[in-house]
Design a protein around this ligand. Structure first.
Ligand SMILES: Nc1nc2c(c(=O)[nH]1)N[C@H]1C(S)=C(S)[C@@H](COP(=O)(O)O)O[C@H]1N2
Ligand SMILES: [Mo]
Length: 203
């Protein structure tokens, strides 16, 4: 899917910063990554347990609903699928919500996604990146340090929680932070699924 500009988007070589609220300050002693919801047993992973997981490097295009697209950023991180080893899913789990920090609440931000779309190398919890203008470096605090989700390019970037804090497994789809505020549940940039109501506008 790389280097395809979705309708209504323009290409930027910069990596803009966009989020609600303040920037999370990483503290390893309180940091956890929770796997919860429709699972046999819920799990809380430490930073060390997460960082010991196998790593994946992939190049992923980002499409922000505010109309910028950035091609070919190479990320290093932990593929979504690596977390499935820790939980036994209940039958009929088809969706997830990926959580992140918002204004003092480690689980204040969330975005819903279909489980089946997240099994590849392009669904990645990232902590390092590079592009043609930048050598390998850590994800900065403003971009989501110490761990942030990057969704496959077939989803707008609001599905990529910064300061990621966990995955909730769900039998039924449920709106996340922006989806509760009128944005699309499915959010495919190539179908220009920006809003729940196609005639909607930014507030
Ligand atoms: N925790 C958290 N994650 C978030 C957001 C947010 O407000 N809080 N904003 C989302 C939106 S709308 C976008 S476009 C991307 C922007 O990521 P970037 O600032 O790294 O480009 O982060 C997403 N992840
Ligand atoms: Mo966004």
């Amino acid at each position: 899917m790389t280097k395809q500009l979705p309708p209504g988007q323009f290409e930027t070589e910069k990596w803009p910063i966009l989020h609600e609220g303040d920037v999370y300050q990483f503290d390893e002693s309180t940091w956890e990554f929770r796997l919860f919801g429709d699972v046999k047993e819920e799990v809380s992973l430490s930073y060390r347990q997460v960082m010991e997981l196998p790593k994946t490097i992939s190049t992923i295009d980002m499409h922000c609903v505010t109309t910028w697209s950035k091609f070919d950023t190479t990320f290093k991180g932990i593929a979504f699928r690596e977390f499935l080893r820790f939980v036994e899913l209940e039958p009929d789990v088809k969706y997830v919500k990926i959580y992140g920090y918002l204004n003092g609440d480690r689980f204040g931000y969330s975005a819903n996604l279909p489980l089946e779309a997240l099994m590849g190398d392009d669904a990645l919890f990232v902590y390092r990146w590079k592009d043609k203008h930048h050598d390998w470096q850590d994800i900065s605090p403003k971009h989501g340090y110490p761990l942030r989700f990057i969704p496959p390019a077939s989803f707008y970037l609001w599905k990529g929680a910064k300061w990621a804090s966990g995955i909730r497994f769900m039998k039924k789809d449920e709106p996340g932070y922006w989806e509760q505020r009128g944005y699309s549940m499915t959010a495919n940039p190539f179908k220009e699924e920006r809003f729940a109501n196609p005639a909607g506008t930014f507030k």
